[in-house]
Design a binder for this molecule. Structure first.
Ligand code: SAM
Ligand code: SF4
Ligand code: SF4
Length: 335
């Protein structure tokens, strides 16, 4: 069944958060003052089991989902993640199954993930400078270990590796060029993400956003760039390639150039709530259906109804007023 929302957008892409926990405390995502030792994370019985996730994923795939990205929190802190990957990859050989990770424990798991059927990974890294990176992850985690994780993933066949860098003014702008040079050399695709007003714990201000335009200008001045065509409709990253043929980069301009018009993405939180927008205030409980004896058909219809009613376009409407509204935390639904 081909679902369409009220703005005629199909449902193609599902992000599944497998845990709300993380071993980092990135200041823009899980600041320590909020996510400290007394923070109440979800209990084990509150999060979906692998069987429940797989059952939902199968129903979503029947609705037209072609891409599933596992995320979190940090997805690799969830025990036995390769088992879930193999269960999901068994749904359909055509499913584009990927993972976003902070890379901290990727080196150990890369081969098992590949063997389980994972297609690619995106690894987040905000600087090559240990001092800046440690100030951002706030748990004293060194850069080299993340790069070791990326390299292990590339060696395991999980490439082309994409590297996600969130840029926050006054914090890591100085890392933009060194990151571009380094990953161009390595052949990994670096993607710059505008700092977003997700959740309400990171104290976001528009002044902290370094725009995609600024980033492109800065890189182009040293390493000339030209625009490249999108790989598919609804791709969030705008692609640019180096004029000398030495690779490409991407910019995700969710703040300064909203792309709601083509947004075909749904998000499933670790406790089984469906969010139809990254900036939703509330999710729709699917766990209650799973655990309350609903049939696959009941769940399928519930999803169809939710998507059919969807009218979200937060980024296109962003204003002083919307920024102040309550929203779900990024670590809850995984970006
Ligand atoms: N822990 C994994 C990681 O860091 O890759 C997966 C979950 S994390 C929430 C997914 C992505 O969201 C990361 O690339 C992270 O940098 C990005 N992110 C988190 N908070 C953000 C914010 N306020 N603005 C823009 N991107 C953000
Ligand atoms: Fe953890 Fe990823 Fe959020 Fe950083 S961005 S705190 S690694 S979930
Ligand atoms: Fe999609 Fe919501 Fe982001 Fe717009 S603001 S692109 S609707 S997730």
């Amino acid at each position: 069944m081909n679902l369409r929302d009220t703005l005629n957008r199909p449902l193609r892409d599902l992000r599944i958060s497998v845990t709300d926990r993380c071993n980092f405390r990135c200041t823009y995502c899980m600041p320590k003052e909020i996510f400290g030792s007394d923070y109440q994370f979800l209990r084990r019985d509150q999060i979906l089991t692998f069987e429940e996730i797989t059952r939902l994923a199968r129903i979503f795939v029947a609705h037209g989902i072609r891409k599933i990205r596992l995320t979190g929190g940090e997805p690799l802190v969830r025990h036995d993640l390769p088992v879930l990957v193999s269960m999901l990859s068994a749904i359909s050989p055509d499913l584009d199954l990927t993972l976003t990770t902070n890379g901290s424990i990727l080196a150990k798991q890369a081969r098992a993930l590949k063997e389980a059927g994972l297609k690619r990974v995106s690894v987040s890294l905000d600087s090559l400078d240990d001092e800046i990176f440690k100030a951002m992850n706030d748990v004293d985690f060194p850069v080299w270990k993340v790069i070791e994780g990326m390299d292990a993933a590339a060696a395991a066949g999980l490439g082309p590796i994409k590297v996600n860098m969130v840029v926050k003014r006054g914090l890591n702008e100085s890392s933009i060029l060194p990151m571009a040079r380094f990953f161009r050399e390595k052949g990994y695709i670096l993607r710059f993400i505008e700092y977003m007003d997700v959740g309400h714990t990171n104290g976001w201000r528009m002044d902290d956003v370094v725009s995609a335009k600024e980033i492109i200008k800065m890189i182009d001045a040293e390493l000339p760039l030209e625009p490249a065509d999108p790989n598919y409709r609804g791709e969030v990253a705008e692609r640019w390639r180096y004029k000398d043929g030495s690779g490409e980069i991407g910019v995700i301009a969710s703040v300064t150039q909203a792309f709601c018009r083509d947004c075909n993405r749904a998000r499933l939180s670790a406790e089984g709530a469906l969010y139809t927008c990254l900036f939703s205030v509330k999710g729709h409980d699917l766990r209650g259906l799973l655990r309350g004896g609903a049939t696959d058909e009941d769940i399928s219809q519930a999803i169809a109804r939710l998507w059919g009613r969807r009218s979200d376009r937060y980024s296109e409407l962003r204003s002083e007023k919307t920024v102040a509204l309550p929203k779900v935390e990024m670590s809850h639904i995984g970006g």
